[in-house]
Design a protein around this ligand. Sequence first.
Ligand SMILES: [Zn+2]
Length: 174
Amino acid sequence: MLQYLKSSGRLLLAPPNGWRVVLSADVLSQFYGFRQVSSRMPEAGGTLLGKLLVEDGSGVVEYLTLPGKGDRQSRFGFFRSRRHQREGLRYWQANDETGVYLGLWHTHPEATPKPSSVDLADWRRAVSEDVYHGKGIIFVIVGTDSIGFWHGGANQQLCHLGHLKHQNQEVGGV
Ligand SMILES: [Zn+2]
């Protein structure tokens, strides 16, 4: 349900509802940079933005909103401010109304990340309240050794798509 494409450094996500979502190598290397590898690094997070391909509706994640002004960040918590929605709107306008919201990401200070009860409640809220144009929402948790991926949507069970070990960034060209 996830496939790392070594030649291009991209990651393909394949939820059971048939949707396909690709994450660019650049997005994966940004996740790498937010790993909470030192005890001083707080949780980080934001949204996944990108395009839906006209041919088949596949999602392509190209842009992350990043932690900053208005967010509350601590070692074991990340509160996403409304600034991320405003940035998503600007991305939509700047891309001739083709730049869409595809998901949410945040970090955890654990090797193989798994959602907390707070995360699951946030994801349920996102599925029922957020406006999305793809076939669901992608949820990402960036751990210190690997990145976990989940998919949810209206009338769809939350589904774990798998974990990807952080790639050697020299191979990724960053
Ligand atoms: Zn979390």
